[in-house]
Design a protein around this ligand. Structure first.
Ligand code: SF4
Length: 604
């Protein structure tokens, strides 16, 4: 056990009064991590250093020095501490606590421990406590910045690691706050609007330690589940829909994506075989028509940015006559298959009253490249062609320092927000997403939620929020060794839960079985989610990234699964305005909401 009588405690002996810590306070070693270290580091500031330098500033400075041989032992701040055990005996009066740059700490890594990789700050904080006296003696005195001892292995069993590759990226945004977990949880329970600091505390289960605290996690999940119940009750919705991806041709080069194929492969001159595809509008129509007879309500269409795509004939003329060479345009006759224009594709899918859910902000940008049209002009024209709502994908993480790494060829986060605002302005409903579990940390995730909440405050057009856990197996990010895996199940649960708690202006949170699988997907319905996606019928994007959870769900499967967890299965329309509760005792189960749906099961 860590917290026994022989466990030393840290007492703050100098410094001014702090929000949650006063002179003379003792701290439980379990909570002796980022915040404590940060506070200690700021007490005796160096001459000329501004008071209460932000931890992120220190971290930035440290990371600038990271790997720089000119700054092997850079002390950034210091404080005096005394270590007491819980029975009040002075264990040791410490020398000045010195904060050194990460490189000097790393250089003295004595042994590889499982939590080193994952929990960098723990590593920084407790490293020297795990050294023997002889090893300690080898370290220059100035570099010893922590002298208390406690059991690191016990620490790691209490906190569960995350999949965040913290040591690989020196981001400005870090999960550090002036809030405490208990306060953030109390706010969440009392339905108060959460701040970014609150969100980070909940998502990390407290920044006072790294890793996920299982007890606190359950508290967050419970708060989210209660909120879900209060907002939408016991219904679990799903939709009869079809995915119709038009083309995999794309040169944008996002590092998280294995959906695309370089467009060169699609050129008539190319003789190399490839697994990509492009559909003509006639083929899209055929696919949607077949699904409409099965009773789908919605066709969802998200595609690669094929260089031959233009918004319409007018746009094609502009692209054809442009002398710019940065427009990623090539005329359709250069390719085996002509996808024609975006409006042609939308018109083709707009049949039999099927709801067309398409044209992400990234596609809208592609549909206006080389023109001075604004996004509302583009969405208005698409709406006239039959577009009903816009999927808020391509959002990834709405923080540019992350986008610059994972998708530098894409529009930035402000561009994404601008496009979504424009689609709302012309009267199109929309969804919003987050793709998490790659290189970003918890601060980025909450910053993303904050942008979405802000967008919803201004537009009111977002019908659902969809957290998408990154599927890494066959993506360049994984293949290039930039990360080792995706989010852990704990992180997935917390992402759903905190989305529910943070997004107090969006009613519906989706659990994606394509990303999580059935078992985990169902679990998410008890963590704050209330929508269970759709029948899909065909799924390419996750499958090509290595996802193995299948490509369709029948109504029968939906009803069985939702009933099994004691909730009410409900068929819905895209915008949730049409809903039908399904009685699990009255099979067979098929869609009824769409114009051509008559209750016949879509799939056997
Ligand atoms: S995510 Fe979209 S834009 Fe990026 S490479 Fe893949 S298909 Fe292209």
């Amino acid at each position: 056990m860590i917290n026994n009588l022989n466990t030393p405690r840290l007492m703050i002996t100098t410094g001014r009064s702090l929000p949650n810590l006063s002179r003379g306070d003792t701290l439980d070693p379990l909570h002796m991590s980022i915040k404590t270290a940060m506070i200690a580091r700021h007490i005796n500031k160096r001459p000329g250093q501004p008071p209460w330098v932000k931890w992120s500033g220190l971290r930035r400075r440290a990371s600038r020095h990271h790997g720089n041989p000119r700054f092997p032992n850079d002390p950034l701040a210091s404080a005096s501490c005394r270590l007491w055990n819980t029975s009040g005996q002075l264990v040791r009066e410490s020398e000045s606590v010195l904060v050194t740059s990460q490189i000097s700490v790393q250089r003295h890594t004595p042994v590889e421990r499982p939590w080193y990789k994952d929990e960098k700050v723990w590593y920084q904080t407790v490293l020297f406590s795990s050294l023997s006296t002889e090893e300690m003696a080898k370290i220059p005195r100035k570099e010893r910045f922590m002298t208390h001892k406690y059991s690191c292995s016990s620490m790691s069993t209490r906190r569960k690691p995350t999949g965040i590759p913290r040591e690989q990226f020196a981001f400005e945004y870090q999960p550090e706050t002036d809030q405490q977990f208990a306060n953030a949880l109390a706010k969440a329970r009392s339905d108060k609007r959460l701040t970014i600091d609150d969100g980070i505390e909940l998502l990390t289960t407290g920044t006072d330690c790294l890793g996920i605290d299982p007890t606190r996690k359950e508290q967050v999940l419970e708060a989210a589940d209660r909120r879900r119940e209060a907002v939408v009750g016991d219904e679990v919705t799903f939709i009869a829909n079809l995915n119709n991806n038009v083309t995999t041709a794309c040169n944008t080069g996002c590092l998280f994506c294995n959906f695309k194929d370089r467009s060169e492969k699609f050129r008539s001159a190319n003789t190399e075989t490839h697994a990509g595809f492009t559909k003509t509008p006639a083929e899209s129509r055929e696919t949607v028509t077949a699904a409409a007879t099965r009773g789908i309500y919605e066709v969802c269409s998200v595609s690669g940015l094929h260089p031959a795509f233009a918004l319409n004939a007018e746009h094609r003329e502009i692209l054809k006559n442009s002398d710019r060479n940065d427009l990623n345009y090539r005329p359709p006759d250069a390719y085996d298959v002509n996808p024609q224009t975006y409006t042609d594709q939308i018109s083709a899918m707009n049949i039999d009253g099927v709801h067309v859910h398409s044209m992400t902000p990234e596609e809208a940008y592609h549909a206006k490249r080389g023109t001075n049209w604004d996004y509302s002009e583009v969405y208005r024209r698409l709406q006239r062609a039959g577009l009903d709502t816009v999927p808020g994908t391509a959002a990834e993480i709405l923080v540019d320092e992350v986008r610059e790494v994972i998708c530098p060829g894409k529009i930035n986060s402000s561009g994404w927000v601008k496009a979504m605002e424009a689609s709302a302005e012309v009267g199109l409903g929309m969804t919003a997403t987050i793709m998490y579990g790659h290189i970003e940390n918890e601060a980025h995730r909450i910053k993303h939620l904050d942008r979405v909440r802000d967008l919803q405050d201004r537009t009111g057009a977002i019908t659902e929020f969809v957290p998408l856990s990154f599927v890494h197996q066959q993506t360049p990010l994984f293949e290039r060794g930039m990360l080792e895996g995706g989010a852990t199940p704990d992180e997935d649960e917390l992402m759903i839960a905190v989305s529910r708690l943070y997004l107090d202006n969006i009613d519906h949170i989706q659990s994606s079985w394509v990303k999580y699988g059935d078992e985990m997907g169902l679990k998410m319905l008890n963590c704050g989610a209330d929508d269970f996606m759709g029948t899909i019928l065909s799924e390419e994007i996750t499958k090509r990234a290595g996802g193995g959870f299948g490509q369709f769900r029948s109504f029968g499967e939906y009803v069985d699964m939702i009933d099994a967890i004691g909730r009410v299965p409900v068929e819905r329309s895209t915008d949730y305005t049409k809903r039908r509760r399904i009685d699990p005792a009255s099979p067979p189960f098929g869609p009824t909401i769409a114009p051509r749906a008559d209750g016949t099961p879509m799939l056997n």
